[in-house]
Design a protein around this ligand. Structure first.
Ligand SMILES: Cc1cc2nc3c(=O)[nH]c(=O)nc-3n(C[C@H](O)[C@H](O)[C@H](O)COP(=O)(O)OP(=O)(O)OC[C@H]3O[C@@H](n4cnc5c(N)ncnc54)[C@H](O)[C@@H]3O)c2cc1C
Ligand SMILES: *[C@@H]1O[C@H](CO)[C@@H](O)[C@H](O)[C@H]1NC(C)=O
Ligand SMILES: *[C@@H]1O[C@H](CO)[C@@H](O)[C@H](O)[C@H]1NC(C)=O
Ligand SMILES: *[C@@H]1O[C@H](CO)[C@@H](O)[C@H](O)[C@H]1NC(C)=O
Length: 494
């Protein structure tokens, strides 16, 4: 009798252990109890909402995670309730806006609570104050379309599909030459602190928090539930692509350098991207293409792009169009969806007065040509993003940001690597390691900040900011128990 009873007990205990709720599950049922069923989606193959939240990442490798549930807050108070439950349960979590950050754990979580902001899509314009207020569930394209009717817009993504999280990492826009980064236009933010407290951060209210949130990174100091930013007058643009063949590389690269150094017209902006797909080498080199996104705020760009149009090109799609069209149609509509895949970014920063920008291009190209590398990628690109003098001047004149950007001009370089979904784990690790080494061959400039929005998880940009110590103490003040530091991804203060 004794022996079977003990066995029965053991069986009962292990059965109850198997069903013991994980911290994520505990938090989820607590949140569901408080917010109601309609705001929580549970793991279930047939739950479309859950599947959409779990699978919507631009880096599709992140879709492998299974959050304990997805929560759809509709207010700061919902976020506050959720954070308190997550903290009490000791669960991990992630804050997801547009889901474009490619780094693991930044806006994705396995077994934790996924705070999906997509239902918070309010937006409004205050003509008297000259401000736009929007919630984090909006994509930039939605905002540009909405604000166009008022003749205004905001400094945000160059591609319409990118989410609002872009702003928290700085936010480089086609309007940045005139108005600085997205963060430079921040007027006030509604923030749910790690404690659950709801505050307004501005130059006069919680100014230290406001300083840190102007480019110190998302998911570090709290959850933003509303952005109020400066409205910018908007009219017609002259914008489009200039496309070049491989044999013009050197001249185009030189023109990008000259533009970055000499352009004094803040209305003229560009991003230059070198793209490579791994076709076999042919004499005509169809596998490599240079695309210049030339965007001028106004109908007549004058001589701003003459150095580029003077170089023989394959295609020139520049024409007069709206800002909405500029951010939607230059590449291809839905570009952010089409480009979903096994994607990783890396970032670098280079000064204007040396030739490291050219060395960086040479390293990247030689690497992408290597047969053992070519067999492991689908696409790799190198983007030159000029940080013009007018950009850093505009930033300073609005109070500066968390990077306290040194005077331009200089370059942010963004490297993209897309690998085939079928690549084996060892091949994947190998090419990622090699990608990292390649980018490191030409060291980043020592006194310039790395760009948060383009950085890989192992490239913590914060220590490259002159404001690092200040940010570190603000982080310690607003996340005193290390709740966000230990339970969600993002940049750490080592
Ligand atoms: C196709 C493409 C185009 C891009 N174009 C540009 C560009 O033009 N300019 C530029 O600067 N960058 C650009 N980026 C980089 C982009 O800024 C980052 O990928 C950014 O992370 C995107 O924000 P998201 O809301 O889509 O992503 P998410 O991954 O959802 O969010 C990014 C980060 O912010 C956090 N976060 C998001 N919302 C909140 C919130 N409300 N409160 C607190 N934390 C939050 C997340 O946890 C995450 O760590 C581009 C990226 C891609 C893939
Ligand atoms: C993501 O978080 C999980 C859980 O803490 C951890 O095991 C994993 O190593 C993290 N991934 C990265 C790339 O940091
Ligand atoms: C590149 O090739 C095109 C087409 O063959 C030609 O017109 C152009 O002059 C070439 N440029 C250089 C720098 O050789
Ligand atoms: C074009 O390049 C030349 C140097 O070759 C430079 O002097 C000039 O300022 C550049 N023009 C513009 C508009 O950037």
């Amino acid at each position: 009798m004794r022996y079977p009873l003990a066995t029965l007990f053991a069986a009962l205990i292990s059965a109850s252990l198997a069903h013991a709720a994980t911290p994520g599950q505990t938090a989820c049922s607590q949140i569901q109890g408080s917010l109601g069923q309609g705001k929580v989606a549970n793991p279930n193959l047939l739950n479309f909402q859950y599947q959409q939240s779990k699978n919507g990442y631009w880096n599709t490798r992140l879709n492998a995670n299974n959050p304990a549930c997805a929560v759809y807050p509709s207010s700061a108070s919902d976020v506050s309730t959720s954070l308190k439950a997550i903290k009490a349960a000791g669960s991990r979590f992630a804050i997801k806006a547009g889901g474009h950050n490619p780094n693991a754990n930044f806006s994705s979580t396995n077994n934790g609570v996924l705070l999906d902001m997509s239902k918070m899509t309010d937006k409004s314009y205050d003509p008297a104050k000259g401000t736009c207020t929007y919630q984090p569930g909006n994509k930039f394209g939605d905002l540009y379309e909405f604000y166009e009717q008022f003749g205004v817009t905001i400094t945000g993504a160059r591609l319409s599909g990118v989410g609002s999280g872009l702003g928290l990492g700085g936010g480089l826009s086609y309007l940045s030459g005139e108005y600085g980064l997205s963060v430079d236009g921040f007027q006030s933010l509604e923030v749910v602190l790690p404690s659950g407290e709801i505050v307004t951060a501005s130059k006069t209210s919680y100014p230290d928090l406001f300083f840190a949130m102007r480019g110190g990174g998302g998911n570090a100091y709290g959850v933003v539930t509303s952005y109020t930013v400066t409205a910018r007058k908007v009219g017609k643009f002259h914008s489009g692509l200039l496309v070049y063949a491989l044999n013009e590389t050197n001249r185009v690269l030189e023109a990008v350098h000259d533009f970055t150094r000499y352009n004094t017209n803040p209305k003229a902006n560009l991003i230059a991207t070198w793209e490579k797909i791994p076709l076999p080498d042919l004499n005509i080199n169809l596998d490599e293409i240079f695309i210049l996104f030339a965007v001028y705020d106004g109908e007549d760009p004058g001589n701003s792009y003459k150095n580029f149009t003077d170089i023989p090109h394959i295609l020139d799609t520049r024409q007069v169009r709206s800002y909405v069209s500029t951010t939607r149609d230059l590449a291809t509509p839905f570009a952010t969806d089409i480009s979903k895949g096994s994607n990783t970014f890396r970032v670098s920063v280079h000064a204007i007065d040396d030739d490291t920008y050219k060395q960086a291009y040479d390293q990247w190209r030689a690497w992408a040509q290597r047969p053992e590398i070519k067999s492991k990628y689908m696409l790799t690109s190198l983007d030159f993003q000029p940080v013009l003098r007018s950009l850093t001047d505009a930033s300073k004149s609005q109070g500066g940001n968390a990077m306290d950007m040194p005077d331009g001009p200089w370059f942010w370089l963004n490297y993209l690597l897309t690998t085939p979904p079928t690549l084996s784990a060892s091949d994947y690790n190998e090419i990622q390691e090699s990608f990292k080494e390649m980018v490191n061959v030409v060291p980043a400039a020592k006194n310039l900040p790395l760009f948060i929005n383009d950085a890989a998880y192992d490239q913590n940009p914060l220590p490259t900011f002159s404001t690092y110590q200040r940010l570190k103490s603000i982080k310690a003040k607003y996340d005193p128990d290390g709740f966000f530091s230990s339970k969600t991804g993002g940049w750490a203060f080592p």
